[in-house]
Design a protein around this ligand. Structure first.
Ligand SMILES: [Ca+2]
Ligand SMILES: [Ca+2]
Length: 185
């Protein structure tokens, strides 16, 4: 009787562990519903971002991962901004602390880039409530259709300026949190 309880318990624990492990995904896209981002054209992977992501990936490749398990976050940055006032993407470098362009107007979206998989994404501007995520797009560095990282578009429409902050927490071990911020002028 006791043995049976233990084996049910073990099965339950196994199920819990196996269902909480996040696996790497194929080709993922979510499209924004409005016109503004569609009309503004696709976002680019700048040479700077590509170099940084490749460097990070080589570094983390030495940490052995179980097959197909989604890798934890190893890189995260505020990557670009676009707004009615500045309707082409302004790309930020990794160490930039403020936008160069003056953003704002009826619509404004801020794009974050990250390598690995997170599950607790929080973006804010000027101490706002959490901003809604309106679009995402996978980053596939080696064209094998397995997602390496993500762009997320955060809706900051209605704000004229302020400190934009973004953090995310890894979906798998070691569940690390990464953070970045930039001042939007
Ligand atoms: Ca890939
Ligand atoms: Ca502004």
């Amino acid at each position: 009787m006791k043995k049976r309880v233990i084996s049910i318990l073990l099965a339950a624990i196994f199920l819990l562990i196996s269902t909480t492990t996040v696996f790497a995904e194929n080709n993922q896209v979510k499209n924004y519903e409005g016109n503004f981002l569609k009309e503004s054209g696709p976002i680019e992977i700048t040479d700077g971002l590509r170099d940084q992501l490749k460097k990070m990936r080589e570094k983390s490749a030495s940490d052995v991962q179980p097959m197909a398990e989604a890798p934890p976050l190893s890189y995260l940055e505020v990557y670009a901004a676009i707004s009615s006032q500045n309707p082409t993407y302004e790309y930020f470098t990794a160490n930039q602390t403020s936008s160069v362009a003056d953003h704002g107007g009826a619509e404004m979206y801020i794009v974050t880039a990250e390598l690995g998989y997170g599950f607790q994404r929080h973006a804010k501007i000027a101490n706002s409530a959490f901003l809604p995520e309106v679009q995402y797009q996978m980053i596939d560095l080696d064209n094998d259709s397995i997602v390496d990282g993500w762009f997320y578009w955060w809706d900051a429409s209605g704000y004229d300026s302020g400190l934009f902050t973004y953090e995310n927490r890894s979906a798998n071990y070691p569940f690390n949190t990464m953070f970045d911020s930039i001042i939007i002028k």
